[in-house]
Design a protein around this ligand. Structure first.
Ligand code: FES
Length: 295
């Protein structure tokens, strides 16, 4: 089946390198505005374990869809105006979360993200002017601007869907791991052949894992190697001691997500999903690993 024309156009947009000067400027601006790590984590959705931007956009869109419905009902001008205004206010945190996510994407995703953001900001602008027009009693103009805003927001939403489902921005990139690892214990070879105090890569079947054999104890930590954010190779990341209670941590070399090697938990985003963490044991001098929930 042929790809629909709008999707083919967005596919072409992914490779529109002429956008890159603006893409790069916005990338740097995003990281400069939302600098504190706690704020970035909050806006990425680390505390919730899910990206925050998608649920936040439901609020302005819900308000604006409701306003559009009321605009077709005579005598609903005041309620419609309030919904339009509520949508504009609710768009602010949604924009902040989306703009934070934008700062940690691949280039192709940022190109689509740039146009997605431009469409949505245009929609917010149209709705803002619509609210002002309605407040001054020009309800006909307000309705026209609102329907224009809804149309542009629809284009923005379509691009957002492409980002999420075609380009997998915000998706958990290690969701497949438990389905690719067979249940039970798997040998990773003689434990004495593992380097100590440094990250190394091994495979369980065809699934890459990051392994840390600690210098100070017999403990060996094993988590999935490809980062849940966008598949960065964690064994090439930075090893840190971590805060008390977190144990040793690894920071992804691509966008800086940090995971506890003890249990794969997200310490810092942009990742929101934890790394699959393997149980370990040593049998006859060989390291064996098992993934809870595998199969
Ligand atoms: S791939 Fe983005 S933080 Fe790891």
């Amino acid at each position: 089946m042929k790809t629909l024309a709008p999707v083919a156009a967005i596919d072409a947009l992914e490779d529109a390198t002429w956008l890159d000067p603006v893409v790069e400027f916005e990338h740097r601006l995003s990281r400069a505005i939302f600098k504190p790590q706690w704020l970035r984590d909050l806006l990425h959705g680390v505390p919730q374990g899910h990206p925050l931007h998608p649920p936040l956009v439901q609020v302005p869109l819900g308000a604006w869809f409701s306003a559009a419905f009321l605009d077709l009902v005579p005598g609903s001008e005041e309620a419609s105006r309030r919904l339009v205004g509520a949508g504009v206010v609710a768009a602010v945190p949604a924009i902040a979360a989306g703009y934070t996510d934008y700062g940690d994407l691949h280039e192709q995703q940022m190109r689509v993200g740039l146009v997605h953001a431009a469409a949505n900001l245009t929609a917010v602008g149209l709705y803002s002017v619509s609210w002002l027009a309605r407040r001054s009693g020009r309800h006909g103009l307000g309705k026209t601007l609102s329907f224009a805003g809804l149309s542009v927001a629809g284009v923005g939403g379509f691009l957002g869907g492409h980002l999420s489902f075609r380009q997998a921005a915000g998706a958990n990139h290690v969701e497949d791991v438990p389905h690719r690892v067979a249940p039970g214990w798997h040998s990773l070879g003689p434990v004495d052949e593992l380097p100590t105090g440094t990250l190394t890569r091994r495979t369980v079947g065809d699934v890459p894992v990051t392994v840390l054999r600690q210098e100070s104890s017999d403990a060996v930590f094993v988590i999935a190697d490809l980062c849940s954010h966008l598949s960065g190779p964690l064994h090439e990341g930075e090893l840190t001691t971590g805060a008390p209670g977190e144990g040793p941590c690894v920071t992804c070399p691509w966008h800086g997500s940090t995971f506890s090697l003890r249990d794969g938990a997200v310490v810092n985003g942009p990742a929101t999903a934890p790394q699959p963490s393997f149980a370990t044991r040593v049998v006859d001098g060989r390291l064996e690993v098992s993934l809870p929930g595998a199969g």
